[in-house]
Design a binder for this molecule. Structure first.
Ligand code: NAD
Length: 471
C-alpha cells in the first residue's frame, strides 16, 4: 500500500497536513493507497502559483509549448504499463482494455494536440482586423474516476497548448494517475506553477476551486449534479466553463439492421468499463416485432461477460470503482424489477464467488417503458434497458426523450437510412453501424450532458478567448 502525503504545488511536492483519504482496490475492496485531503489553503497556494506562472507561460513560443507536450507524450508512453495496472485496480477495467484505453487513449489525445500545434491558426486576418486566439488564463480542472487519466489529459494537453496554466483536482476515487501526471510534469522540467495538482474531496478542494476569484475557467467532467453546482457557483464571477457530464445514450436498431451484430455491438458499448462510461449505450431501441429475439441475443451475449478479476488477461468485465457505486447500481436493478420491466438476465445479488470487491452482475431488462427510471436516469453500471418501438418516428422520439444528449448509435443495413436517423438525434456524438472512435472529432453533449466540447481542435478552442485588433 502506498501512502502519499504531498501535493504538487508551484513545482514542489508540498506536504499536506491533516487527514488522509483511502483509495480502494475495486476487485478486493482493500485499501491500495492513501492520499492527502487538501483544503482551501492548498487550493489558494496552487491558484496563486498558476497565476504567477501565467504571464511567462502564455508568452512561451508555441513551438516550445509543443516540445513540452511532446515530452509529456513520451512520459505517457514510458509509463503505460503502470498506468494500465493502476487504473484497472482503481476503476475495475479489465487489464487488456485498460492497456488499450486507459493508457492508450491519453497518448492518442495528447499526440493529437501536439500535431495540431504544427499549424493551429492562433492569429488570422479578417478585413482590417487581426483576430487573435489568446489563452483564457488560470484553469481549474476537475475530473471524475471512470477514465481518470484520459479525462485529465483531455484538459491538460489543450490547456497547456493554448498557453493556460492549471490547477488539477483529480477524483478522490481514482487519483493515482493525477499524481503520475505531476511526476511527469516535474520530469520534463515544466516551469513551476504551470501545472499544479491538489487532491481531496469535491466538497473541499472542488468547492475552493470553483469559487476562487483568481480562477478564470473551470473545465469539469463528472456528474450532472456536480456540474449543476459548478454552473451556479462559477456564475458569480462569470468564469468560463466547460462541462462534460452524464448520459443515457440510445442505440437505435432499425428494422433492416443485422440484428445480431447490432445487439452485440450495443452490449459491448453498454458493458465497456462495467458500464462506467458516460457514452455507454444503455437504452437499446428495437422494432417491437424483433424485441424478443433481441433479448435472446442480448442474454446469450451477456453470458460472455462473466465478471472476474480485472488483472487477468481473459477478463471482459471487471468490478465497479467503489462500494457506493456498486450499491447504487444494485438499487437501480431492484428499481427496474419493481417498475415491472422483464428481467432477462442478471439481477441485484452479487455474482457467485465475487462477494468481495465491487462486482455487479451484467443485467438486461426487456419491455422497458421509455419513461421508467431505469430508462431515464444514468445508472453508470452494466445495465441495459431494451425498449420496443413501433415506427422510426417513435424510435427517434424515444431516443431524444431524456434530459441528456451525449451519444447515440444507429444500426441499419443501409448507411443512408442510418445517417438520416442519426441526423435527428439531439446528441453530441452518434455512431452509425459502429463507426470508429475519432480523436479529432468534438466530444461533448446537448442538454444536461454538457456545455462546450473537448478533443481535437474543438477542445483546444475551449481554452482560448478571441481578441480582435483593428488596424
Ligand atoms: P462526480 O460529479 O461525483 O465527481 C467528479 C469530480 O467532481 C470529482 O473530482 C469530485 O471530487 C468533484 N466534485 C464533487 N463535488 C464537487 C463540488 N461541489 N464542487 C467541485 N467539485 C466537486 O462524478 P463521478 O461520480 O466522479 O463521475 C461519474 C460521472 O461523470 C457520471 O455522471 C458520468 O456520466 C460523468 N462523466 C462524463 C463524461 C463526459 O465527458 N461527458 C466523461 C466521464 C464521466
Amino acid at each position: 500500500m502506498q501512502t502519499l502525503s504531498s501535493n504538487y504545488i508551484n513545482g514542489q511536492w508540498q506536504p499536506v497536513d491533516g487527514q488522509l483519504l483511502d483509495v480502494h482496490d475495486s476487485a478486493t475492496g482493500e485499501v491500495m493507497a492513501r492520499i492527502p485531503a487538501a483544503g482551501r489553503g492548498e487550493v489558494d497556494q496552487a491558484v496563486q502559483a498558476a497565476r504567477r506562472a501565467f504571464p511567462a507561460w502564455s508568452r512561451t513560443p508555441v513551438a516550445e509549448r509543443q516540445n513540452y507536450l511532446a515530452a509529456l507524450l513520451e512520459q505517457l508512453k514510458g509509463r503505460a504499463d503502470e498506468i494500465a495496472r493502476t487504473v484497472s485496480c482503481e476503476v475495475g477495467m479489465p487489464i487488456k482494455l485498460s492497456t488499450m484505453i486507459q493508457a492508450g487513449v491519453p497518448q492518442v489525445s495528447t499526440g493529437t494536440v501536439v500535431k495540431l500545434l504544427d499549424d493551429f491558426p492562433f492569429t488570422e486576418e479578417v478585413g482590417n482586423s487581426l483576430v487573435q486566439r489568446v489563452p483564457v488564463g488560470v484553469v481549474g480542472a476537475i475530473t471524475p474516476w471512470n477514465y481518470p487519466l484520459h479525462q485529465i489529459m483531455l484538459k491538460i494537453a489543450p490547456a497547456l497548448a493554448a498557453g493556460c496554466t492549471m490547477v488539477l483536482k483529480p477524483s478522490e476515487i481514482a487519483p493515482m494517475t493525477g499524481f503520475m501526471v505531476a511526476e511527469m510534469c516535474e520530469a520534463i522540467g515544466l516551469p513551476a506553477g504551470v501545472v499544479n495538482v491538489v487532491t481531496g474531496l469535491g466538497q473541499d478542494v472542488g468547492e475552493a476551486l470553483i469559487t476562487h476569484p483568481d480562477v478564470d475557467m473551470i473545465s469539469f467532467t463528472g456528474s450532472t449534479r456536480t456540474g449543476n453546482r459548478i454552473f451556479h457557483a462559477a456564475a458569480d464571477d462569470f468564469k468560463r466553463m466547460a462541462l462534460e457530464m452524464g448520459g443515457k445514450s440510445a442505440s437505435v436498431i432499425l428494422s433492416d439492421a443485422d440484428l445480431e451484430g447490432a445487439v452485440k455491438g450495443t452490449l459491448t458499448q453498454c458493458y465497456l468499463n462495467s458500464g462506467q462510461t458516460c457514452t455507454a449505450l444503455t437504452r437499446m431501441l428495437v422494432p417491437a416485432d424483433l424485441h424478443d429475439r433481441a433479448c435472446e441475443i442480448a442474454a446469450a451475449g451477456t453470458a460472455r461477460f462473466a465478471p472476474g478479476n480485472p488483472l487477468e488477461e481473459s477478463t471482459r468485465l471487471g468490478p465497479l470503482a467503489s462500494a457506493i457505486q456498486r450499491d447504487r447500481v444494485r438499487d437501480y436493478i431492484r428499481i427496474g424489477i419493481e417498475e415491472g420491466a422483464t428481467l432477462v438476465v442478471g439481477g441485484a445479488e452479487a455474482p457467485e464467488g465475487l462477494e468481495q470487491g465491487y462486482f455487479v452482475k451484467p443485467t438486461v431488462f426487456g419491455n422497458v417503458d421509455p419513461n421508467a427510471r431505469i430508462a431515464q436516469e444514468e445508472i453508470f453500471g452494466p445495465v441495459l434497458s431494451v425498449i420496443p418501438y413501433r415506427n422510426e418516428e417513435e424510435a427517434i422520439a424515444i431516443a431524444n426523450g431524456t434530459a441528456y444528449g451525449l451519444a447515440g448509435a444507429v444500426w441499419s443495413g443501409d448507411q443512408d437510412r442510418g445517417l438520416a436517423v442519426a441526423n435527428e438525434l439531439r446528441t453530441g456524438q452518434v455512431t452509425v453501424n459502429n463507426g470508429k472512435f475519432n480523436p479529432q472529432a468534438p466530444f461533448g453533449g446537448f442538454g444536461h450532458s454538457g456545455l462546450g466540447r473537448e478533443a481535437g481542435k474543438y477542445g483546444l478552442e475551449e481554452f482560448l478567448e478571441l481578441r480582435a485588433i483593428q488596424l
